[in-house]
Structures are given as structure tokens and as C-alpha cells.
Design a protein around this ligand. Sequence first.
Ligand SMILES: *Cc1c(COP(=O)(O)O)cnc(C)c1O
Length: 472
Amino acid sequence: MRSRHTSAVATSDQDGRERARPPSVERLIAAAASDLAPDLDHAAVVAAARTVTAAERTRLAAGEPARTPAALVAELTGELARYVDGSPTAVINATGVIIHTNLGRAPWPAAAIEAARAAAAGPLLLELDRTSGRRGARFRLAEEHLIALTGAEDALVTNNNAAAVALTVSLAGRRGGVAVSRGELVEIGGGVRIPEIVRRAGARLVEVGTTNRTRVADFEAALADGSARLVLRVHPSNFRQEGFVEAPDPLALAELAHRHGALVVDDLGSGALLPTERFGLAHEPMPSERLAAGSDIVTFSGDKLVGGPQAGLIVGRADLIARIRRDPFARAMRPDKTTLAALAATLGLYRAGRAQAEIPVWQMIAQRPDDLRARADAIAGELSRTVPRSRIGVTATLATVGGGSLPGETLPSWGLALGDGKGLEGLLTRLRLGHPAVIGRIADGRVLLDLRTVQPARDGDLAQAVAGALRP
Ligand SMILES: *Cc1c(COP(=O)(O)O)cnc(C)c1O
């Protein structure tokens, strides 16, 4: 049987079984013609139609019934509206990974969103001194906060931490030696590797120690003959070494390096500005501690545990930061006005003592399991009005901080357990393709949606999305 309308077309495969196919891109566009503005860019229409037919193909492959022609046309116009307003698809992060790099890392605090909006909307005193009326230093508030929060002499904000590391490593000079423990020659993520950053910065890598054990004495040779001018320590942020392992004491290594006239740089990755043990987690290094232990420069990210916008934060000795600031590449790696404003607002919350209450990353870390369970119960109760009780459960889960912080550490959490063991991939896909999209995971034969990473204000949207995905 072949139907001639816009929705799925049924074809027979070799065994004579019927298999549904989505409408062609041309057919979908023809059906939508009267709903599309005449001046719409044709290539955009084709791209949006491809997205809609691809989603329909995925749903059909998962055994779902075909959507009606009108529903597909509505999806196409919705897709085009998103094209025009340019916003990426908003999702609900129900993965249980708080800082999820593929989902944009830290959600910003409200104060940061407001500050960025104000900075985007109109002119601001970005590089103008208001008393003299002359050109001044680029908006310094975020850097002043960093100085106060870490006890550093000076601070500099870059586009991200990878840029901060590259700029800082350049302090070793052209062909200058950078000593790194073999246990810290790591890949950060997305294929970015420390040895490559060092080489690309024009410096020379000097490997020290072994993969599992490196002692202060191992650095002595590299420093004594001048082959290394800088010691780079890289925080093992996305893996954990256990067993027969040893890393040098920071203070002792700094003393040795300084005795030989070398610099000590700490790439902390995440870097915490609140003590993580307050929340029952292992200790994540704090920039202030490393500076107090003799590091000349510490770098970390703005959008990991700091909980603000993507940025690289460099704190440390004033003379060194002045040199980094003069590097032509610092200009190429500088953040824009909205980032500077959002970062200043985020850091301001730490100084006001309101970080735990108002920064989403810390709010999520601080939530009590009992409250998460109550939210899960409420959502399950709401769903049980439209969905069979057997397909929704409430379960204890384990959430993680993510984003290169505290590997192997978990936070007790609660979530929804969906489905009845069959078609879980299909259910996960339907959740991902919904509006809003919901990102979960499969564990123990159910689809798990962890509530620790869902902002409470989205619980209603989550219930609605789940009801839509579970509806047969
Ligand atoms: C995440 C991370 C980086 C990179 O930071 P970005 O802000 O993503 O550029 C560098 N070093 C370490 C140790 C990290 O964990």
C-alpha cells in the first residue's frame, strides 16, 4: 500500500513487511508552502525540512506511529522560527552530571544573566575612565574580585582556561623549557593535550618522573642545569590515579623551583572558590591555597565550579601578569563585554557571601536528597494521571559534579526511572527530540532522569516532556 499524502509513506521490504518512511523534503516543503513567509531563505527551509524528516525517520524506526501532515508542517515552521531567532535548542539536563561540557557547562546565576543583558543592550564604560574622560584599562571589576577572592597580586581574564594556560606557558620564552610530571601530561578533553599546548606556545617540553610516581627530587636535574625555566602542574581533573602513586608536595616543589630561578604555574582546571568538603565531597584545590603554597601563577575556568560564563582566569604575581597582558596573543584571546560583565556579577556573589544560595552549580551541589526525592515524587504523581503507573518509578541515583572536577566523587540523588525495560533507546531519543529536549541516561534497565541537575523551576516542563515521550 502506498499513501500519497505528506506524512509517512509505507513501503514493503523484501519480506513483504510494511515499513514507514517519512515524507521527502520536497513533499514536506510543498505541503508547508502556504505557511512559509515568501522571502524566507530557501536553503534555510531545506535545512529545516531535513531536520524534521530526520526526526520523523528516527521516531518511525523506533516503532512510533507516523505524525499527521499538519503536525510535520507545524514542526517545520517551529524549526524555522528557531533558525531565525538563532537560539540553540534549550534542553533540560537530567543526566545527573552538574557541569556537562556538551550541554554548555555552568548555567549562569540570575545576576550574571542580568549583567550580560545590560552590557549587550547599550554602551558601557568598557575602556573609558569616567573621572578623566580618557581611555582607561579594560573593565576591571572581575579582575578586582579575583584579586580579593584569591589573595593574588593581580588577575587577568581570557577567553577560556586553555587560552590562559597557553599564554602562561609562554612565560618560559621561545624554546624555554617547561617541566611537567609524566603523570600530568594529560588530555583535557576534545583532543586538547598538554604537550601540544606547550609546543604550540613555542616552549620546549621537559618530561619529569614517571606516570605513577614523581618526586620533588625528579625536578632537581631539569631545574639545576637550566633546561627548564618553568614548572607546570596540571590538575588531574578528569581521571584518578590510585595505588602505587606519589606526587610532589606543592610547597617543596615551589621552593626548589624558586631556588633555581624558575617559575611555578598551576593549571587547576576547575578551581573551587568555596570549599567542596562543605558538601561532603573530596577537596578540590582552591586558587588561594596554591598561591599561598608558592605558585607564581594559577589558572582556572570561569564555567566549571566557579559557575559563571566561559572564561580563563589567571591570578598571581603582578610582574608576570603584566608580561602576559603585553603578549599580542592576549588581545587575540580576550573575552567580550558580556562575558566580563557576567563574570564580574558571578564573582560578586562570592564576595557578598551569596554564592551557595544564588549560583546554580552550588545550588545543585547543595541540594538535600530528601528535597530531591520530594520533587521526584511530585513529578511522578503528576504523571500518573496520564501515564500507566508501571512505566514511572522514583529511584535513588548517584549524581556527579562533572566538568573536570572531582572525578569519581558522587552525590546521593533522586530521579525518575522510566519505561519497562523495552525500547529504552527509543524513549531516550523521543525525550531528546521533544520540546524542551530532555537529556537522560539508561541505567539498570530504565531511563533515568536525575533531578539534581534539573533546575526546580523546570519541573513542570520536565513532567510535560516526559508525558509526551511516554505517550504511545
Ligand atoms: C577544563 C580544563 C582545562 C580547559 O579549560 P577550558 O576553560 O575548557 O578552556 C584546562 N586544564 C584543565 C586541568 C582542565 O580541567
